[in-house]
Design a protein around this ligand. Structure first.
Ligand SMILES: Cc1cc2nc3c(=O)[nH]c(=O)nc-3n(C[C@H](O)[C@H](O)[C@H](O)COP(=O)(O)OP(=O)(O)OC[C@H]3O[C@@H](n4cnc5c(N)ncnc54)[C@H](O)[C@@H]3O)c2cc1C
Ligand code: SF4
Length: 334
């Protein structure tokens, strides 16, 4: 690991003043320290924001849910109002990683974590994404069982954030603050595909800090669910996860929002699956049709065709769970 300066900040202004020239924000430090130990990133200065009190706190009001970026995954998972009215978010936070990691991991850091692609994480490989140039994507011809099954032509990484999946399904917004002022970005526009920017996964610019995440209040009749499937019961990222938000009118679905995590380099909404459910009664057959529509156009790689079936199961079960027609699937993980 390189030598670096460590600056403890207690206000947003202080943190903004320290950013720039090789400095990196440190929240819980779980992903950042891994990347530094593996020498994938070598910041000259860590700007520690964990003691910035104004970035903490969860408040739920009539307009919606205001989350400080330092809210931990445990705090989100255990918050009674989030469990009741923003269930998919509580479930995604509560089934990420492990209890110890969830106690330390912050929401801001979670949505900003870097790709899990093993070629990206290994110092022995350079690749298109790391160099930003025309180097190879080793996943295309190499070990690709955990990689993207959609939009994978340029770089086949998947974005690992579980929390981003329900946040996008719930039309959440991210507040970004820099010395130039504040701007608000819809979570649906927060992630940038590799075709647009090879080096960065999000729209966050150098010198910008996530200072808030806002989830609009759910419409009357809204129900949501999230499920995650993977190789291990715990201590692991998903191989397939789905977030579903339904606005129900009795058994009929008035609006649907379906987001897939780890299917593509960014979390993606499946508008074709949503179209299948909208205006219909939710039952096993509509849920199955939506799951199969979501896989249209998928381009699995040599070793990850199994993710097609896994995603269809995840979507089918998460739709039924959101509609209140199935208990949480005990074979999902977390
Ligand atoms: C064994 C294991 C299993 C895991 N499983 C899952 C899983 O299933 N699902 C899942 O989603 N995650 C999983 N994780 C990842 C974990 O949740 C993330 O590493 C963690 O949430 C990162 O949060 P942090 O606060 O530690 O961020 P840090 O490591 O401090 O920061 C991560 C990145 O975010 C940037 N950053 C942090 N806060 C801000 C801010 N406010 N503004 C701007 N930039 C910021 C940092 O500069 C850095 O680039 C797992 C981790 C482990 C170790
Ligand atoms: S998937 Fe992306 S990060 Fe992984 S080797 Fe290919 S270009 Fe690099």
């Amino acid at each position: 690991m390189n030598k670096f300066a460590f600056v403890d900040c207690t206000t947003v202004d202080e943190a903004l003043g320290q950013l720039g020239d090789g400095a990196t924000v440190k929240a819980g430090g779980i992903d950042l320290l891994d990347l530094m130990k593996d020498e994938i990133v070598s910041p000259s200065k860590l700007v520690n924001i964990r003691n910035v009190e104004s970035l903490r706190g969860i408040t739920s009001g009539k307009d919606g849910l205001h989350l400080g970026p330092l809210s931990t995954l445990s705090e989100i998972a255990n918050h009674p109002e989030i469990q009741k009215s923003y269930t998919a978010l509580a479930d995604a936070a509560g089934h990420a990683a492990t209890p110890q990691v969830r106690n330390m991991a912050t929401l801001g850091g979670n949505i900003m974590q870097r790709p899990r692609c093993w070629y990206f994480r290994s110092n022995d490989f350079n690749c298109k994404k790391k160099s930003g140039s025309s180097d190879d994507c080793h996943a295309h011809a190499g070990e690709n069982q955990y990689h993207a099954i959609m939009n994978n032509g340029t770089c086949a990484m998947v974005h690992p954030s579980s929390a981003a999946v329900p946040l996008i399904a719930m039309n959440a917004q991210v507040e970004l603050t820099s010395k130039r002022g504040k701007r608000t970005v819809a979570t649906s526009d927060f992630y940038v595909p590799p075709e647009k920017d090879l080096l960065n996964e999000t729209v966050v610019q150098p010198g910008e800090l996530i200072t808030g995440i806002f989830v609009p209040a759910p419409e009357l009749g809204t129900r949501s669910a999230y499920q995650k499937y993977g190789e291990k019961e715990s201590f692991d990222w998903p191989l397939a996860d789905a977030g579903v938000v339904l606005v129900m009118d009795g058994a009929r679905c008035r609006k649907a929002s379906i987001v897939l995590g780890v299917a593509a380099p960014t979390p993606i909404r499946s508008t074709s699956a949503e179209a299948i459910l909208t205006g219909k009664t939710i039952d096993e057959s509509t849920a199955r049709a939506a799951a199969s529509a979501a896989m249209q156009g998928a381009t699995p790689l040599s070793q990850n065709g199994f993710k097609m079936q896994l995603f269809q199961t995840a979507i089918y079960r998460t739709v039924l769970l959101a509609a209140g027609q199935m208990p949480r699937d005990p074979s999902s993980i977390g």
